[in-house]
Write a protein that binds this ligand. Structure first.
Ligand SMILES: Cc1cc2nc3c(=O)[nH]c(=O)nc-3n(C[C@H](O)[C@H](O)[C@H](O)COP(=O)(O)OP(=O)(O)OC[C@H]3O[C@@H](n4cnc5c(N)ncnc54)[C@H](O)[C@@H]3O)c2cc1C
Length: 314
């Protein structure tokens, strides 16, 4: 069995959690077969190779540091050709989805999408993929080299967060044919909070009933030093901005505590929050799917529970 190549992701000079989640898994898989765990870094991120101590070696490509789907895909293709890894891991992220298909198509490799589980299987790998927004898991066995798109939050980042001094190897790559150029990074709406970094989230769903009642969630969030997040139904209703939306078409969050107020727990919502360490759900419907992932469930009216919590906190 060969090596495992992890395509790192970075933003504003920092490696993203998905990088460490994939590195930890790659190290485990490679360790079981005697292969190496390789990390591919782009541009100036080579200077932060010491943060990738979980890798046996770092392959540095001299592309521009800023994300460019064309030059990054060309670099990943060159790295796969040079190192012939048995498995290439990319994040199931905007970047990973840009890269996986062109690389795999060019090299004639299979791509396995939405992976939330990977294990060694014979001379290949077995993948568990989430389908239909998490309603169904599909197991795919692949013998021979493959590219896998890894869902964020599937593996613990801690397992890949080891500093060290992995060997760094420069790999010369072509920059692509220059049709795509990086122009600027457009940040999310200014002055709003980044809910992906929040330790505690009070999330509201359609069950809150009206825009005016969002204030109750804001009061609770203030008392808990938390931030307010929401389901898509709340964004669609215009009660909160898109930057607060959790889920498939919103943001993936991993807070220590996630309090779901009047959220039913549709698969598209669960996809964005089920990795929270502690989930507390409050819903009047005892059969709401949110209770399937909640660590603590309160089958009651959210207004009554919130008022009581506020009284206790005060
Ligand atoms: C392609 C696609 C992408 C999507 N992406 C996302 C996404 O990113 N994020 C997302 O959230 N959704 C997403 N959705 C929508 C998703 O399918 C659901 O429609 C949405 O999550 C429902 O939001 P909700 O739980 O707030 O509302 P509802 O499903 O209407 O649930 C409201 C809940 O509130 C409860 N309730 C009502 N009153 C009270 C009360 N007084 N006290 C306590 N509980 C009460 C009800 O019992 C109910 O369970 C997506 C859908 C599609 C098709």
């Amino acid at each position: 069995m060969g090596d495992i190549l992890v395509v790192t992701e970075h933003l504003k000079g920092d490696f993203q959690d998905i990088t460490f989640e994939m590195l930890g898994k790659a190290k485990e898989l490679a360790g079981a077969t005697g292969g190496k765990c390789l990390a591919l870094v782009f541009g100036d991120m080579k200077n932060k190779a010491s943060e990738l101590g979980a890798a046996d070696a770092v392959i540095a490509v001299g592309t521009e540091t800023e994300y460019n789907p064309e030059s990054y895909a060309a670099a990943v293709k060159a790295a796969v050709e040079a190192k012939s890894p048995s498995l290439t891991l990319v994040g199931s992220t905007s970047m990973g989805m840009d890269i996986a298909a062109p690389v795999a198509t060019a090299l004639g490799l299979p791509v396995v999408g939405y992976c939330c589980g990977i294990s060694n299987e014979g001379d290949g790998f077995s993948f568990v993929s989430q389908q239909y927004g998490g309603k169904m898991n599909v197991v795919t066995n692949v013998s021979g080299a493959a590219v896998a798109l890894v869902l964020a939050g599937s593996f613990p980042a801690e397992a890949g967060q080891t500093s060290g001094s992995p060997a760094v190897e420069d790999l010369a790559v072509s920059a692509g044919n220059g049709k795509v150029r990086f122009k600027k990074l457009i940040e999310p709406q200014g002055s709003d909070v980044d809910i992906t970094q929040s330790e505690i989230l009070v999330a509201v769903g359609r069950g809150i009933g009206s825009k005016d009642d969002i204030e109750l969630a804001e009061n609770l969030a203030e008392a808990l030093k938390a931030d307010v997040a929401c389901s898509r139904a709340v964004v669609d209703a215009g009660w909160l901005p898109k930057t607060r939306q959790v889920g498939k078409s919103g943001l993936k969050v991993k807070p220590k505590v996630y309090i779901a107020l009047g959220i039913s727990g549709a698969p598209e919502h669960l996809e964005g929050m089920k990795s929270a360490s502690t989930i507390i759900a409050i819903n009047t419907d005892k059969n709401a799917p949110i209770f399937d992932v909640a660590h603590y469930g309160i089958n009651a009216d959210l207004f009554e529970v919130c008022e009581e919590m506020l009284e206790e906190l005060e």
